[in-house]
Design a protein. Structure first.
Length: 84
């Protein structure tokens, strides 16, 4: 129905305007794989995640990249957002 059509239009627009865009969970999976492959001693216990995400609610909902990273790494160092 209407919702399905809206979702299809959204996905098409995303693919057209942001080629190569990936779901947040895939980004985290690929990041962790790369860290484990290139840094043999990598662990969340010896790593401090530095982030610089916009602090507004659009990017801070459950399941969004910042929250997935926080869940994976635990402690974080917030570098700031758009205005510093």
């Amino acid at each position: 129905g209407k919702t399905f059509d809206l979702c299809n239009k959204s996905i098409k627009s995303l693919s057209t305007n942001f080629p190569g865009a990936m779901p947040d969970k895939l980004v985290v999976t690929l990041l962790l794989r790369a860290l484990h492959q290139t840094l043999p001693n990598f662990s969340k216990e010896n790593t401090l995640l530095g982030t610089s995400f916009c602090p507004d609610e659009i990017s801070n909902e459950k399941g969004d990249l910042p929250n997935l990273l926080y869940e994976e790494f635990g402690k974080t160092f917030h570098l700031g957002g758009l205005a510093g």
